[in-house]
Ligand binder design. Structure first.
Ligand code: GLU
Length: 260
C-alpha cells in the first residue's frame, strides 16, 4: 500500500484557542476513508494552541510555551481519540525532535516503531517533542518535521493541510488576480527567501516553512501536496479519486522508486 503522511496545522485544528472539534471530526473521517487505500501517518500541531485553553502563560517565553505544550498534548490526543474511536481506529503518539533524524540509530528506532504500528493497523500520530528539548534540538515548525518524517518513512507523498488553497504566484488575499500553481517541479527562484523580502506581503513564515518542506521533498525525489484543511474536498478528491481541483502538487521531475 502507498504511504501517506498527512500534516495538519494549528490554524485548522483550533478556533479561538479551543480545539475545533468539527474540523477534527472531518479530518478523522477523511483519514478513515484514506486508510482503505493508503497506510496513513498523521503529523499534527496544535499542542500549544490546545494547551492555552488550560494554561494561559506567555507563549513567547520558553518555559511558558513548554508548559503550555505539555498541558496541550493530552487535550489534543484526547480530542483525536474521541473521534478515532467512532471509526474503531487505534492510535499511537510519537514525539520526535530534529536530532532524532541526525542519529542513524535513533532514526532506525522510530522507523521500526512506525513500521510496527502500520503493520498492526495503528495510526501513528506524530508531533515535535516541544517539551524538554532545547531550541537547537527542534525543527521549530511541523512543516519541516513532516517532510523529514515523510522522507524517513519512505512515504509516497506528504500532504500538508493548511489554511490556504495552495501556493499562489502572489498573495491571494491582496491580489485578486493571484493564480494558484497546480503543479511545480521546482520552487520559483527566490521563493525560499520570501521571508526576508519586506516588499512581498506574501512572505509569511507560514508559506515559507511549507515551501522549505516542499523543497526538501523535491530534492529527495518525493511528492508533496499542499491544500486546504478547512474544506477537505480538494484533499479527498485528489487522494481518493485522482481529481486535482485545488491545491499545489510539488512533484519531482524524476520520482525515486520507493522501496518498502
Ligand atoms: N509542535 C507545535 C505544537 O504542537 C506546533 C509547531 C507548528 O505549528 O508548526 O503546538
Amino acid at each position: 500500500m502507498d504511504r501517506l503522511v498527512l500534516k495538519v496545522g494549528s490554524a485548522v485544528l483550533t478556533h479561538n484557542n479551543e480545539i475545533a472539534k468539527e474540523r477534527i471530526l472531518n479530518l478523522v473521517t477523511l483519514i478513515a476513508k484514506l486508510r482503505a487505500k493508503y497506510d496513513v501517518l498523521l503529523v499534527t500541531s496544535g499542542a500549544v494552541a490546545a494547551g492555552y485553553s488550560a494554561l494561559k502563560l506567555d507563549t513567547k517565553k520558553q518555559i511558558g510555551k513548554k508548559a503550555i505544550a505539555s498541558a496541550g498534548q493530552p487535550i489534543l490526543m484526547a480530542s483525536y481519540k474521541k473521534k478515532f474511536d467512532i471509526y474503531n481506529i487505534d492510535t499511537a503518539q510519537i514525539l520526535l525532535t530534529e536530532d532524532d533524524f541526525d542519529s542513524r540509530k535513533r532514526t532506525k528506532m522510530f522507523q521500526d516503531i512506525i513500521d510496527a504500528h502500520l503493520k498492526h493497523n495503528i495510526l501513528p500520530i506524530i508531533n515535535e517533542n516541544d517539551i524538554t528539548s532545547t531550541p537547537e534540538q527542534l525543527f521549530g515548525d511541523n512543516d519541516q518535521l513532516s517532510a523529514n518524517v515523510a522522507h524517513a518513512v519512505k512515504a509516497d507523498m506528504l500532504v500538508i493541510l493548511s489554511d490556504i488553497d495552495g501556493y499562489f504566484d502572489k498573495n491571494p488575499q491582496e491580489n485578486s488576480d493571484a493564480k494558484i500553481y497546480k503543479i511545480l517541479h521546482e520552487l520559483p527562484k527566490g521563493s525560499l527567501n520570501d521571508e526576508a523580502s519586506p516588499n512581498d506581503p506574501f512572505a509569511t513564515g507560514g508559506i515559507v516553512t511549507k515551501l522549505k518542506a516542499a523543497d526538501f521533498m523535491l530534492k529527495n525525489g518525493r511528492k508533496m501536496f499542499l491544500t486546504n484543511g478547512f474544506d477537505l474536498t480538494s484533499a479527498e478528491q485528489f487522494l481518493l479519486h485522482g481529481n486535482h481541483i485545488l491545491g499545489t502538487l510539488f512533484t519531482p521531475k524524476e520520482e525515486i522508486k520507493v522501496k518498502k
